[in-house]
Write a protein that binds this ligand. Sequence first.
Ligand code: RBF
Length: 162
Amino acid sequence: MATQNHNLSDYDINKVPDGTGMKMGIVVAEWNENITAALLEGAKNTLMKHGVYPEDITVKTVPGSFELIYGAAQMVKTKVDAVIAIGCVIRGETPHDRYICQGVTQGLAHLNATQDTPVIYGLITTLDMEQAKDRAGGKLGNKGDECAVTALKMVDFMRKKD
Ligand code: RBF
């Protein structure tokens, strides 16, 4: 498992770019809201810890993870330096969850390949609620923290690429 033995909130603070003046967009799904709210909180707190002004963080909600594609596609057209897409898909009794995950993954990947604004993948896909809690502020840290650090690094990457 990708996060086995890896705490999602562990990072080298010295390698994180300063976010002062960066404008960040966050699109968050309402499905499994107990989880996505914790991921959102983690992302916002980490962005602010690294200098992003609260007023420079725009948060928009969408009904479910599948709508993250549309939400992120709209957000990249606005004045933000990066977009973080946050959702949580939990394995169900039918293959529905896999179709949603595939769709979201391909949709966000397409945005990254075709648009100038980086989109950060904050979708957690788990077998059950317990695993989701572990990754949303539980024993494996908070995926939202990791997304925030990634967003800061990608904006820095974009600014230095020329
Ligand atoms: N959205 C999520 O964000 N997480 C889920 O675990 C999730 N499970 C779903 C299971 C089923 C059977 C259906 C029909 C939808 C589910 N959705 C879930 C909602 C989905 O992302 C989307 O909002 C709806 O399909 C409407 O486009």
